[in-house]
Ligand binder design. Sequence first.
Ligand code: NI
Length: 176
Amino acid sequence: MGKNIGIRIVGDPILEKKCKTVKTLNDEIKDIIEDLKTTLAFTGGFGIAAPQIGIDKKIVLINVDSEKCYYQDAEEIKDLILINPVWKNVSNEKYSEYEGCLSVPEIRGKVERYYKIELEYLDENFNKQTRILSGFSARVVQHECDHLNGIVFLNKVSKNGFATKKTIDMFNLREI
Ligand code: NI
């Protein structure tokens, strides 16, 4: 059972660092994975990246529960661990939608992302995987991979793209 670790908030230098590639799957990495799972379950976001719990390593956890989701095109993804993820767009189509972030309390803003991506990563057993994702799940992956490069979504919000408190409440916009 992992620990629930306090989420680092924007302004913390670790959120601006480039993360390190994971070289081997050892007990330290397994513990980080468990901590990510426990912390995300506790906080209720759709995804979390290791730097958000103070770890500068390329590890991400995605957990999209489509039922509770405002995003219409959300594909259900349960506890997907991505180690050293890399993605590329498979078409040039982009779209804008609201994002939030566990590290940026209270704020939601529209960010343009690729609609469809091809994702390569190592899974929890350190096996190489490839997956095509589209819509909201592709958005979550792009958002979390930004964290591994020291980028927070705030930098990418389009002009006049920040949501009002009313909009956030109306659509129940959660953190990504
Ligand atoms: Ni985030």
